[in-house]
Design a protein around this ligand. Sequence first.
Ligand SMILES: Cc1cc2nc3c(=O)[nH]c(=O)nc-3n(C[C@H](O)[C@H](O)[C@H](O)COP(=O)(O)O)c2cc1C
Length: 499
Amino acid sequence: MQFKDMREYLAFLEEDGQLQRLDVPLRCGRDNRDLQALMRYLHNEKNIALILDNLEDYNTPDVPLIFNPFGTRERTGLTIGIRDPLEAKATHARILGDRASWHEPRLIDPAAAPCRDVIIREADVSLDKQIPHVWFGKEGPAYITNGVGISKDPETGKRNVGWYRTALLWNAYHPQGGSYPEGYDKNHMAVYAYWNPPMNQIGNHLFKASQQSKPLEVAFACSCDPAIHLAAATGLPYGEDEFAFAGGLRGAPVELVKCETVDLEVPATAEYVLEGELFFAEEATVGWHSNVAGYYDRFHTIPLMKINCITHRRNPMWHATIEMVPPFDHNYIGMLPVEGEVLSDLQQKIPEVQDIVVTPSMMYIVQLSVDGARKPHPEFGKYVLHAVWGAAGRWARTAKLVVVVGPDVDPYDLNSVEWAIMTRVQPVSDTLMNPAGQAFVDDPSAPITAAGFPAVSEQMGIDATIKVPERFTEYREVSQADPEDVARIAKLLRPILGE
Ligand SMILES: Cc1cc2nc3c(=O)[nH]c(=O)nc-3n(C[C@H](O)[C@H](O)[C@H](O)COP(=O)(O)O)c2cc1C
């Protein structure tokens, strides 16, 4: 199924009973905690998407706030019209590995592009009035979390699209007690572009632009067709276009329109677009920031972008989300692309890799289709561990904890994974310790660099496959009830004991 835009996806969720509108007053200004509490409540008790119509302390009260739209594995699969999470993951991995299934994006006439219904040019740009500012917990700044950042390699002209956060400066606490230059709250924001080391591809572009003594032209397209967000959260090989991959995921080309002030193209049905220039030498220190590992980062020092133009749809909508102790809204749409990236790469090299699950806290579980003596060679589990750390995409090399299991272990069920670890692993013999992996950028246990985030981390791999033939010649018999017997007994007892 193709969604034209975020609105069609939301209408689908509403029809499906997975979205409600809410006009209960909730506070979203700085120093309020309502929205973080709402996120926890939804994930503890009633995991639906919401549209919040009655926010208080809100700088753009007419703009409804989309809340928790991606908050389950099912809703994440539905971004590309597939309800079953396993099928969604397999489809993502298959399309990722098959360039012939991608569709090049199509350029349309600017007059037909809803994202240009309203155009606000340079002198009139005032982020504090025109862009929603939403706080969830104790963050210093309000963050934009619904924007895909679009830029081109300054040497080759090839496009990159990545889902990156930015920090707005209006009404922001400075984490070190300083202040931001006067007027920057109206037309500047700080972008999570990591150029040193360049951990994201916008960071590579920014570094290359700096070598040419130029700023980098960037556009952020906010709240697009959700297939575009899924593609933008996927780490494609450098130089490949996420819009073409999104076309493959949605089964039809993404429609783009030329920007007003930069030589870039953006999705025509985005709710908002911010155009401008990203500077290498001009940075801002922003924080506190609530991160995906579930901790507050005290500060990050990241590049500043000057906004030269804002365009938006008539009656626009805005999506905001927070990273906090998992799970939370975009946890799942962040994980599925990582699963797809690693699965696609590994399955092309190692046919015995059946499935990969990344948990909300980013533990990687690799399920093989074979175990014991059917493994291609003894110690095959360790070979797979190395392959994960060397797999394509940005995230595999940051996998801090990887567990390899056989086909009888359910990678979605942590009880099952724990059972395999406890009964098939000798901790010294069946683990690999990597002293110098790449850090998962929000891991608070890894040493921090001057920019406020870690670059290097130790990693651990656990081979929880059955150690035949490496250690034993015989298999132990598992003591477990046959599912058919369980179903028979359940049928017998349900009328007596109740459901
Ligand atoms: C809501 C959300 C926010 C994200 N924010 C960032 C970010 O600020 N910086 C970053 O490097 N990656 C961020 N990511 C992950 C990237 O989108 C993902 O790694 C993507 O593949 C990066 O694209 P790239 O490899 O082309 O740089 C975020 C993902 C999601 C779902």
